[in-house]
Design a protein around this ligand. Sequence first.
Ligand code: XIL
Length: 378
Amino acid sequence: MKRNNWIFFLPLVLFSCSGPKNLTGEKELPSLKKMFQQDFHIGAALSAPQIQQKDSATNRLIQKQFGSITAENIMKCEVIHPEWNRYSFELADQFVDYGRKNRMFIVGHTLIWHSQLSPFVQKIKNRDSMQLFMENHIRTIVSRYKGKVNGWDVVNEALNEDGTYRKSIFYELLGEDFIITAFRLAQEADPGAALYYNDYNIEQPKKRAGAIAIIKKLQAAGVRVDGVGIQGHWRSYKVPLQDIEESIRDFAALGVKVHFTELDLGVLPNPWDSDAADVNMKAEYSAKMNPYAGGLPDSVATQQAGSYGELFRLFLKYKDEIDRVTFWGVHDGQSWLNGWPIRGRTNYPLLFDRKLQPKPAFFKVTETKTNPSSRKSF
Ligand code: XIL
């Protein structure tokens, strides 16, 4: 070996001692999608500006961290199908192109949901027109993205908290079979796409029983249902781990995959001390309800990190039943929880902060992979 050859090995030695560094010498952040590659997809819901790649730093973060994307709003009826005979596909096309270009698992959200409906749908008064709307809507949208969108939230939030059917316009006009109709139409339009029933609080026993009944009903009707989406809008200080574990087992026992579709762990008080994530719930602003406007206290960040860690340890325990864990947003600054159920609050529900920096929660999540002994409790 020549005298100075060791110098060529120096970068390699440094690299292997301290993990990858970027050009400025900072330690590079691990990639969630790579770390959990063998376990389940790690996804994020994207807003319209994110789909349009308006901010390059956010865009780099998305591409590095997330292997699956869900449309946060732009595939909802009020955006994609504003009038009987008019669809607006521009943003949805961009969303699907973005996912394909980046080889992501693409989720369409959502075909049949009582919220964010176009005014023309809210005015439908009879069974035949509603049936026709569903046929047009599902066939047109799903067939446009046939072979491109990997999975659809076919029906969203059809249940009340006690597990009975929500009296939505679909239920009122078509009865409970509207769910079977929706899944059948989606299956016909793209036999290759995975089809999900998605809802919040279906980890809770009564509502879970309702979701189980829906899945069994679809199966009995010979209609394919591939997965159930547990939204996962939980409060950081009150994550129902036991119920979540039981639901993973119960849903898996039906032969469907479990997806955590809208995960965020809010840190703010809830005005009704409720776990419901109904987008139509609203409360008045008060300073008491917005305690961390000046910043997230360390103690709260640590508490939240612990909750995320526990959740991901549970997810890893059941990785064979879980296909995907999607966060409802990319960073705290753009989370819907800053505006719901009270406008103008400052919430901190995600793994990245307003400056796109990883929070303690990010590191607790990655630790579940790098430090298996931290998994002992399960
Ligand atoms: C939310 C979006 O994040 C907001 O931007 C929008 O104003 C309201 O809807 N359950 C769902 C999601 O299934 O579609 C909702 O998304 C959050 C609750």
